[in-house]
Ligand binder design. Structure first.
Ligand code: PMP
Length: 431
């Protein structure tokens, strides 16, 4: 009998002590089947699993690893911070430096508060929006994921999409009764919501380039209408840029669309792979937060000195001239290569990318909303996913997730990825 794969052994052990064997659902390969790869180490564009198989990594820890794994400047900053202490529960100069760096790069924000996860940042931004406006209703869009705070866990994409539940159990209807879920890119529906409830709407929260239903852009007209209606009705426009911030470009999705939100939610890249996230906006709104104002928000590990060192070192690298031009060109090369390979094999395929973020669908046309995304063929995606994984290319194990290219991905990595995909498209073309 052959030896069991080390990943299988670890998965069995994990499942005995951790629900589903994972600490975040999409890692479990539930949608695509098979055994999740237990990662032992990573460097540059590559990760190695417990059986020492190498993968070209297009997940990048679900977004943060924009420089690739183990960038020397980041490793050095983290090592030096560790030597000075892990956590003090008191303010540090590095928190000011990181806040200043974020505010310099994102002009829509005058003040920022640091937290430890995107969930916490979105949840806090929501409370602040309600506190600052004195209103209850929040508008979100189908397929947008803003972390797992109760009020936002309605028709969210990402892991929730693969489990087929519109909303999580454990969220009583009363808790989401003020959450209005509208169709993404549907201007008429948005206008109707404001016409009927405009005076009660505290905020509109949106992923302006949605990465939790794969990759779907808000149209310019839709994003513009969100801005206008919020302004007219005294509601706050909240851009959740946990995924897109410093990923689609130096000024996020707001820079790409040329729209200034009231509040911005950040995460992932700003921590460079450490638990760090943030939310920010105009001074008068941010000063509603405790200890200055009545909106309470706090965190034992907020602004953690090791995490801020990691984030700062990352931001310094990505702010260098030409960083995003190079990253975007490499990402475009990848998606163009995939598209051309799919076309050659007669496989319906549509792709899009912005900066270092990309998405593709086994559909002729790019979907504009969650309903169209859900029409994707899961079985064919699973064949593609496993075909790539077997060939050493690691993409997200669910078709509702965006992909990420890092500065460490070389042209050779891109070429090897396209070649691997081409082989799988041949199979799909025949099926
Ligand atoms: N908002 C968006 C847009 C996200 O993509 C995510 C995570 N993928 C979150 C919020 C939640 O962040 P976290 O997982 O760090 O809690």
């Amino acid at each position: 009998m052959s030896q069991p794969d080390t990943n299988d052994t670890l998965f069995e052990r994990a499942r005995a002590v951790i629900p589903g064997g994972v600490n975040s659902p999409v890692r479990a390969f539930r949608a695509v089947g098979g055994t999740p790869r237990f990662i032992r180490r990573a460097q540059g564009a590559y990760m190695w699993d417990a059986a020492e198989r190498r993968y070209i990594d297009y997940i990048g820890s679900w977004g943060p690893m924009i420089l690739g794994h183990g960038h020397p400047a980041v490793v050095e900053a983290v090592q030096s911070a560790v030597g000075e202490g892990f956590s003090f529960g008191a303010p540090t100069e590095r928190e000011i430096e990181l806040a200043e760096a974020i505010l310099t790069l994102m002009p829509s924000m005058e003040m920022v508060r640091l937290v430890s996860s995107g969930t916490e940042a979105a949840m806090s931004a929501l409370r602040l929006a309600r506190g600052a406006t004195g209103r209850k209703v929040i508008v979100k869009f189908e397929g947008c994921y803003h972390g797992h705070a109760d009020a936002l866990l309605v028709k969210a994409g990402s892991g929730l999409a693969t489990f087929g539940n519109p909303t999580s159990a454990g969220v009583p209807p009363e808790v989401v009764q003020h959450t209005l879920v509208l169709r993404y890119n549907d201007i008429a529906q948005l206008e109707e919501a404001f016409a009927t409830q405009g005076q009660d709407i505290a905020c509109v929260m949106i992923e302006a380039i949605a990465g939790n239903m794969n990759f779907v852009r808000a149209s310019q007209a839709f994003a513009q209408r969100c801005r206008e209606l919020c302004t007219q009705h005294g509601a706050l426009l909240v851009f959740d840029e946990v995924m897109t911030g410093f990923r689609v470009g130096l000024t996020g999705a707001q820079g790409v669309l040329g729209i200034t939100p009231d509040l911005t939610v950040l995460g992932k890249v700003i921590g460079g792979g450490m638990p760090l996230a943030a939310f920010g906006g105009p001074r008068d709104i941010m000063e509603q937060l405790a200890p200055l104002g009545p909106v309470y928000q706090a965190g034992t590990l907020s602004g953690n000195p090791v995490a801020t060192a990691c984030g700062l070192a990352t931001l310094r690298e990505i702010a260098k001239p030409g960083f995003y031009a190079t990253l975007a060109a490499r990402t475009r090369k990848l998606v163009a290569g995939l598209k051309s390979a799919a076309d050659q094999e007669g496989v319906p395929f549509s792709v899009d990318s912005e900066g270092g973020m990309f998405g593709f669908f086994l559909l002729d046309q790019l979907p504009q909303d969650y309903g169209s995304v859900m029409k994707s063929d899961g079985a064919r995606f699973n064949t593609l996913f496993h075909g790539l994984l077997d060939r050493g290319v690691y993409i997200a194990p669910a078709l509702y997730e965006a992909g990420f290219v890092s500065a460490a991905h070389s042209d050779e990595d891109v070429a090897a990825t396209v070649e691997a995909a081409h082989e799988v498209f041949k199979e799909l073309g025949r099926a």
